[in-house]
Design a protein around this ligand. Structure first.
Ligand SMILES: NC(=O)c1ccc[n+]([C@@H]2O[C@H](COP(=O)([O-])OP(=O)(O)OC[C@H]3O[C@@H](n4cnc5c(N)ncnc54)[C@H](O)[C@@H]3O)[C@@H](O)[C@H]2O)c1
Ligand SMILES: [Zn+2]
Ligand SMILES: [Zn+2]
Length: 392
């Protein structure tokens, strides 16, 4: 049997490269003849992984991480009809069955059949069905005909792999945040958070025709990167009032659309924990009748929270403000499959430079533990692991 190695969560702040089992077309005694074995060419580290690695979730020690998988199909189960060995595919981070009511209604983010505990599945993620992660040399992808997006041409895919690697999660997530926030031609948009998701949302907003995209964060390097492709920025370390800064940029203290790309580990002044701060700020500065896309992750349990209520995922929201302004709110994991084909075409035809926007850096599997630390320190990079040294 072939060897396999993967990135394993080993407790607070710690990940290791370990020898792991070669994937089978089965999981938890459940047969997966509808699945394929994929050899990842690009498998990315995500801010969502960091929530687990920082001990801010109930992720079990020993879990293989990785939900952003792009790779080559090397084996197909006998029920796979249309995906073939040798295909280069993008795997949405959502695991979805394609058979339940939610999948049929395009809510692959909350598939009803892939997780016995709650709706929705993902690879290598706490509470998401126990599917083994893909920051590894090999990984099993179930319901392959339904889940994977095949790239039209192998050589073209390899040539653009840094960009295409962003299709598994961050580009569709940034795009979904913008779509749900109502971004369209001429919109003014505020994006909170300049991590890879925030930068992807900013690039998506331009693709959708936004007039002005403003990105807010405390992180200078990330804000500088946002400016490199045309965003306005607000440095929260310097400026107290987001509304004043928006007024300075736009002439009015509000935006048409807002996207939360931070989530429950949001910080307030002096680096304090302030899990509701972004949502409250976005209600303050989004125009009446506007919409707020909430791509940042919020949890039902946060063992690392400072207050008892935040430990249970209960936030101090100024909900009345949003109500008074008739705001719409959109939450949840991104249903990647809704967007990945269109965004693939935008990449293949040079309509978006997403690898540049999020500053992709390709690394080896062995250097992933270091990259986890660098990412946690806030570098302006999106780390893409190349486990087989295939990226030129
Ligand atoms: N909905 C989905 O399907 C989905 C998919 C991918 C990622 N996510 C979530 O999106 C969020 C962002 O992901 P990422 O990879 O960019 O993470 P990241 O940790 O790299 O970036 C988060 C950024 O938010 C900034 N920040 C902290 N407090 C802030 C505040 N009060 N205002 C503005 N910025 C603030 C941080 O400085 C950091 O730069 C995470 O919560 C992640 O779990 C959700
Ligand atoms: Zn991700
Ligand atoms: Zn389903």
């Amino acid at each position: 049997m072939a060897n396999n190695h993967g990135i394993v969560y080993m407790g607070n702040g710690k990940v290791e490269v370990q020898s792991i089992e070669f994937p089978k077309l089965a999981i938890n005694n459940r047969k997966c003849e509808h699945g394929v074995i994929v050899k990842p060419i690009a498998t990315n580290i995500c801010g969502s992984d960091q929530h687990m690695v920082r001990g801010r979730t109930t992720a079990p020690i020993g879990m293989v991480l990785g939900h952003e998988i792009t790779g080559e199909v090397i084996e197909c189960g006998k029920d796979v009809e249309f995906i073939k060995k040798g295909d280069i595919v993008s795997v949405p981070f959502n695991v979805a069955c394609g058979r339940c009511r939610n999948c049929k209604e395009r809510h692959t983010d909350v598939c009803l059949h892939v997780n016995t505990e709650r709706a929705g599945g993902a690879y290598g993620y706490v509470d998401m069905g126990g599917w083994i992660g893909g920051q590894a040399e090999y990984v099993m992808i179930p319901y392959a005909d339904w889940n994977v997006l095949k790239f039209p041409d192998k050589d073209q895919a390899l040539a653009k792999i840094r960009d295409l690697a962003c299709l598994t999660d961050i580009l569709p997530t940034g795009y979904h945040g913008c779509i749900t926030a109502g971004v369209t031609t001429g919109s003014t948009v505020l994006i909170s958070g300049a991590g890879p998701v925030g930068l992807a949302a900013a690039a998506a907003a331009f693709l959708l025709g936004a007039a002005v995209v403003i990105v807010a964060d405390f992180n200078k390097a990330r804000l500088e990167h946002a400016r490199s492709f045309g965003c306005e920025t607000i440095n929260l370390g310097i400026h107290d009032s987001i509304a004043d800064q928006i007024e300075h940029i736009l002439g009015v203290p509000e935006v048409d659309c807002a996207v939360d790309c931070v989530g429950f580990e949001a910080k307030g002044h002096g680096n304090t924990e302030a899990p509701a701060i972004v949502l409250n700020q976005l209600m303050e500065v989004t125009r009446a009748a506007g919409a707020i896309g909430i791509s940042g992750l919020y949890v039902t349990e946060d063992p690392g929270a400072k207050s008892e209520s935040a430990r249970l995922g209960t936030l101090s929201l100024k909900f009345g403000l949003g109500w008074a302004k008739s705001h719409s709110f959109f939450t949840g994991q991104t249903p990647v499959m809704k967007y990945n084909r269109g965004l693939m075409m935008a990449i293949l035809h040079d309509r978006i430079q997403i690898a540049k926007a999020v500053n992709v850096e390709v690394i080896s599997l062995m250097s992933a533990p270091e990259a986890y630390q660098a990412f946690d320190s806030g570098v302006a990079k999106k780390f893409v692991i190349d486990p087989h040294d295939m990226i030129q």
